[in-house]
Design a protein around this ligand. Structure first.
Ligand code: ADP
Ligand code: ZN
Length: 727
C-alpha cells in the first residue's frame, strides 16, 4: 500500500504531498486523516495521510513510513474539505490551513507532546461477597466496601486512596487498578435555568429560523442591545438538539462574554464544550476529544471554534457578527464567518448572524434577500433605549474643562447620589501616527479616500496609505491656530483625574493592563456588578455585552478617537462601538443616560449615535462607500510587499502593480504602491497595494500566479489579504 502524506513543512514551496510505502504490518492502521511519522531528507517528520493507493507509478525511490501516530482520525472528511477551502480562498499553504484548524496536540508536528490524561481507579476483581470473604483485616474490608460503593455511585473521588492494605489487596488480586481517561478542564457548574417565555418578536424570529432547519438559509438577526438575542439562540438550539443535531456558537472572545457562556451553561449544562484562549494546550485537547467522541452537542468559542469537529451539525450561530475578531490577522488570514458559511452549505443547515449594529456588507445583503433579516426592535421587558446627549468639547475647553464636561460631572454626581452606577468609556484606539488638534479636534483627511492621513516623522509629512496623497505637516492647526498634537490620553491618566475630581467615589479601571492576569477580567466585572464600586472606566472592553442592572449613566470621554483611525471602516467602527457602549445604560427598569463628549458635534456618524438610528447611519455610510468605491459596492484585496531592502521593496512593489495591471480586468482598480500604514517595523519596510473589484474572473488565478512568483524570492515577501477588515 502507498500513501500520500502532507508533511509538517511551513514552507509554501514544499506545500505538496509526498508518497510513501506502508509496510504490511502497519497497513491495517492506515486511514486518511491520521498522522504518520516518515523519513524526510535524513530527518523524521510528521504528516497527514491525505490519500491511500494500491500502486505507485513513478521513478522516485519510495521510502517506508516509520509509524502511525493516531488511533483515531484527526482530520475527518469535513475538516479535510474545509482545509482545501481555506487554501483556495485565502491563498495559504494547505499545511498551514490544517495547522490553524487543529489544537496544538493534534497538529502534524514532532514538537508537540500533549498526551491524554489518565486516572487510576480501583475496582473489585471478584464479586463483592467473594472479595469480602478473602479480606484478612477490618481495614481491608473497609476498602472493599468503599470501592463497591464508589463503583455503584460512579463517584471516583472516593477511590483516591492508597495504603498498605490497598497494596495487599492488589497483590492478592482481590482488587485491580484500572486506567480511565479523564479530562483536565472542569468548568464551573451553573444552576439550571428555566427557559423564558419569548416575547412576540423573539417568537417570530425563532419560528422563522425553525422553519429552515433543513435548509442552507442565512439569517441576519438584527436586534437592538438588550432585545434578548441570546434567548432566541438558545431556544433555537434546543430544537436543533431535539432533532439529534449539534450546534456551533461563535462569540468574539469568550473571556469578554462570561455572561453569555453562563447562560448557555445554565440551560444546557455539560452538553456544552468551551474552546477559548484561556485553556492550556492539554485542556484544549481534552475539549476537542470530547467533541470528537460526541460527548457534547454545543461548542461555544471564539474564531477557531468554527473548526470544531462536531458531527451532525444542525446550525451555526455567530453572535456580534460585526466584531472584527472573526478575521485572523496573520496567515492564514481567514474569516470565521466565511468558513461558517461554507460549512453551513456543506451540511445544508442554517446560519444565524446576530448583531445590534450589523456590518454594512451583511445588512446590504439582507436588503437583497441574500440573507433573511429578522428584527428585534424593542428591548425585553419594554425597557427603553437610553437617551444620548452630545456635549461640544470645543466649548468646554474654552471653560477649562478638557476631560470632563460640566454636564458629565453633574450627571455622575446625581447618578451616584441615587445609588446608581456609572461607566466611562475612554476610546483610546487612536494611533500615535495620526495628528489631531487637542483644542478643536481637527484632523487631516485624504480628499480622495476620506481617511485620516498618517504622519511620517522622517519626512515630516502626512500621507494617505491608500492612494499616496501627501502634504507637509504644519505646526499649527489650520482651523484654530493652536499647536498640533499627537493623540494620547490614557485610561490611567483618566483614573487619576476622576479620583481627584471625585475623591469619595470608588473607581475601578479595566483595560489591557488591568486584565492581564487570569480571571482578572471576570473579577472586575463581578466586583462592579456587586456594586462594590461606583464608576467603571475603561477602553472598548467595557462596551461588550454585559448586563449591569444598576448602571444608569454612560459617559463617552472622547467620541472622536476612533473616527480618526486611518481606515475606511472607522465610521462604521465608531458607530458600532458607541452604540454598544450606550447600550450598557439603563438595562432593567431605569431609562439610561449617555453623555457623548466630542470636538465634532456636527459629525454625521455621531449624530446617528445620538439618535441611535442604525438606519440613518446605514443610508449615509452606504452613499460614501458607493461614491468612493468601497465595500459592499466593491470587494477589496490588500497586498503588502515587504523587505529589509528599501529600494528592492519599492521596485518589487511597482512590479507587482504592473503585473496586476496587465493581468486583471480593465474595470478593476489598483491603488498604490504606497507606504503601508505601519511602514517600517523591525527594520522591514512595507509597501501596500489595494485592489478594488466588483467582478473579476481573472482575479484568483492572477493572485495565485503572483504568489508563486514570490515563494522563491528570499529577499522580498508578499502578503495577500482577501477582504481585509483593516487596510
Ligand atoms: P442582547 O443579546 O440582545 O443584547 P440579551 O440576550 O443580553 O440581549 O438579553 C437581555 C436580558 O433580557 C437578559 O438578562 C435576558 O436573560 C433577558 N431576557 C431575554 N429574553 C427574555 C424574555 N423573553 N423574557 C424575560 N427576560 C428575557
Ligand atoms: Zn487617499
Amino acid at each position: 500500500m502507498y500513501i500520500d502524506v502532507l508533511l509538517e513543512l511551513k514552507n509554501k514551496q514544499m506545500d505538496q504531498t509526498y508518497t510513501y510505502h506502508v509496510p504490511k504490518s502497519l497497513e491495517k492502521e492506515i486511514e486518511v486523516g491520521k498522522r504518520v511519522k516518515v523519513p524526510f531528507n535524513k530527518r523524521e517528520l510528521e504528516g497527514f495521510i491525505l490519500n491511500c493507493k494500491k500502486t505507485y507509478e513513478g521513478d522516485f525511490e519510495i521510502l517506508d513510513i516509520k509509524s502511525v501516530v493516531d488511533e483515531e482520525i484527526v482530520l475527518n472528511e469535513e475538516l479535510l474539505q474545509i482545509g482545501e477551502f481555506i487554501k483556495n480562498t485565502y491563498l495559504c499553504s494547505l499545511s498551514s490551513a490544517y495547522a490553524t484548524m487543529l489544537p496544538k496536540a493534534l497538529k502534524a508536528s514532532l514538537k508537540t507532546n500533549i498526551n491524554k490524561k489518565y486516572q487510576t481507579n480501583l475496582v473489585l476483581n471478584l464479586s463483592y461477597k467473594e472479595a469480602l470473604s478473602l479480606c484478612t483485616s477490618d481495614k481491608q474490608k473497609e476498602i472493599v466496601d468503599l470501592i463497591e460503593e464508589a463503583t455503584r455511585l460512579e463517584k471516583r473521588e472516593a477511590q483516591a486512596i492508597s495504603s498498605s492494605s490497598v497494596n495487599t489487596l492488589l497483590k492478592k488480586k482481590i482488587i485491580l487498578e484500572e486506567q480511565e481517561e479523564v479530562y483536565r478542564y472542569q468548568s464551573v457548574s451553573v444552576l439550571e435555568d428555566e427557559k423564558k417565555v419569548l416575547n412576540e418578536e423573539q417568537q417570530l424570529a425563532k419560528n422563522r429560523i425553525l422553519k429552515s432547519l433543513d435548509k442552507n438559509e442565512q439569517f441576519l438577526l438584527y436586534g437592538v442591545t438588550g432585545s434578548g438575542k441570546t434567548e432566541v439562540y438558545m431556544q433555537v438550539i434546543e430544537s436543533v438538539l431535539k432533532k439529534k443535531k449539534t450546534a456551533i456558537v461563535l462569540v468574539p472572545e469568550i473571556s469578554l462574554t462570561p455572561q453569555f457562556v453562563t447562560n448557555f451553561k445554565a440551560r444546557f449544562q455539560d452538553r456544552v464544550a468551551l474552546l477559548h484562549s484561556g485553556l492550556s494546550d492539554g485542556e484544549r485537547y481534552d475539549e476537542w476529544r470530547k467533541i470528537t467522541k460526541g460527548e457534547v452537542d454545543i461548542v461555544i468559542g471564539a474564531r477557531s471554534a468554527i473548526f470544531a469537529p462536531l458531527k451532525n451539525l444542525g446550525i451555526i450561530i455567530i453572535d456580534e457578527e460585526h466584531s472584527e475578531t472573526y478575521k485572523q490577522e496573520n496567515s492564514p488570514r481567514y474569516n470565521a464567518i466565511d468558513v461558517a458559511e461554507y460549512r453551513a452549505k456543506l451540511n445544508h443547515i442554517p446560519i444565524v448572524l446576530g448583531s445590534a449594529t450589523p456590518t454594512l456588507e451583511r445588512m446590504a445583503k439582507s436588503t437583497k434577500n441574500l440573507y433573511t433579516r429578522l428584527e428585534l426592535k424593542t428591548r425585553v421587558n419594554k425597557g427603553m433605549l437610553p437617551i444620548v446627549t452630545m456635549v461640544d468639547m470645543g466649548l468646554e475647553a474654552k471653560k477649562g474643562n478638557f476631560i470632563l464636561s460640566e454636564r458629565l460631572k453633574t450627571e455622575i454626581e446625581s447618578a451616584v447620589s441615587r445609588h446608581e452606577q456609572v461607566i466611562l468609556l475612554l476610546n483610546r484606539r487612536g494611533y500615535s501616527t495620526t495628528i489631531t488638534c487637542s483644542h478643536c479636534g481637527f484632523t487631516y483627511k485624504c480628499p480622495n479616500c476620506d481617511i485620516t492621513l498618517t504622519y511620517h516623522k522622517t519626512k515630516n509629512n502626512l500621507r494617505c496609505h491608500y492612494c499616496g496623497y501627501t502634504i507637509l505637516k504644519k505646526d499649527k492647526c489650520p482651523k484654530c491656530q493652536v499647536p498640533l498634537d499627537f493623540y494620547g490620553y490614557g485610561t490611567e491618566k483618566l483614573e487619576d483625574d476622576i479620583k481627584k475630581e471625585f475623591p469619595d467615589l470608588k473607581v475601578l479601571r479595566m483595560d489591557a493592563d488591568t486584565t492581564r492576569k487570569k480571571n482578572s477580567y471576570e473579577n472586575i466585572i463581578d466586583k462592579f456588578k456587586k456594586q462594590e464600586y461606583d464608576i467603571l472606566l475603561g477602553t472598548q472592553m467595557i462596551s461588550k455585552g454585559h448586563d449591569f442592572p444598576k448602571v444608569s449613566l454612560v459617559g463617552i470621554i472622547n467620541a472622536d478617537a476612533s473616527l480618526n483611525i486611518p481606515d475606511f471602516r472607522s465610521g462604521e467602527r465608531t458607530f458600532s462601538l458607541l452604540c454598544q457602549a450606550a447600550g450598557r445604560a439603563g438595562r432593567k427598569d431605569t431609562i439610561g443616560s449617555v453623555i457623548m463628549q466630542t470636538f465634532n458635534p456636527e459629525n454625521f456618524i455621531l449624530k446617528c449615535v445620538e439618535e441611535q438610528s442604525y438606519e440613518k447611519f446605514y443610508n449615509y455610510e452606504m452613499k460614501i462607500r458607493k461614491k468612493l468605491k468601497y465595500p459592499p459596492f466593491y470587494y477589496l484585496v490588500s497586498i503588502k510587499v515587504a523587505s529589509r531592502d528599501y529600494d528592492l521593496c519599492s521596485k518589487e512593489a511597482v512590479k507587482v502593480r504592473d503585473y496586476l495591471k496587465n493581468h486583471l480586468q480593465e474595470e478593476t482598480i489598483i491603488l498604490g504602491p504606497t507606504t503601508a500604514s505601519v511602514f517600517k517595523m523591525n527594520n522591514v519596510y512595507r509597501f501596500g497595494l489595494i485592489i478594488k473589484y466588483r467582478f473579476d474572473a481573472k482575479l484568483m488565478d492572477t493572485l495565485k500566479e503572483l504568489d508563486k512568483m514570490f515563494v522563491f524570492n528570499p529577499k522580498v515577501n508578499l502578503e495577500i489579504d482577501m477582504h481585509p477588515t483593516k487596510i
